[in-house]
Design a protein around this ligand. Structure first.
Ligand SMILES: [Fe+2]
Length: 136
């Protein structure tokens, strides 16, 4: 994959290393924080690498500068979108968990735990409790 420019080649090697690191971390089921950190480092490095290429292009008045820069811009936008998707997915899981627990705890406390407490304290009214549904 060498382009025969040592600076660009070194950058590409680093980038591919980070891409592999992200993929391996996902394969190993690493937690959100780990994945998010790698993704953040990768996005930052990609941005820096693109800037280095763009500076080089400007320094030689490269004729394909505009089109090349546009490719960089589109990729960065896509990466930013994916980072937002990852954050949103985490938020959705947190909200879903909170809603599940809110509903479950309310009904469990009112039915099962109340039944347990009334049994413990001898205040259970048998005729009513026999009709109570279970929450498990
Ligand atoms: Fe490039």
């Amino acid at each position: 994959m060498s382009v025969h420019d040592s600076m660009i080649d070194e950058d590409h090697k680093t980038l591919i290393g980070m891409v592999n690191e992200l993929h391996d971390a996902a394969d190993l089921g690493q937690d959100y924080i780990t994945l998010s950190n790698i993704l953040h480092r990768l996005a930052t490095y990609t941005q820096e690498h693109f800037q280095r290429e763009e500076d080089l292009m400007k320094s030689i008045a490269y004729p394909r500068f505009k089109a090349h820069k546009e490719q960089h811009k589109k990729l960065l936008e896509r990466v930013t979108d994916l980072q937002k998707e990852l954050n949103r997915a985490r938020e959705l899981v947190a909200i879903e968990t909170a809603e599940l627990l809110r509903f479950w705890l309310t009904s469990h406390i009112l039915l099962s735990d109340k039944h347990l407490a009334e049994t413990l304290h001898g205040t259970l009214v048998m005729s009513k409790t026999e009709q109570l549904p279970t929450t498990d």
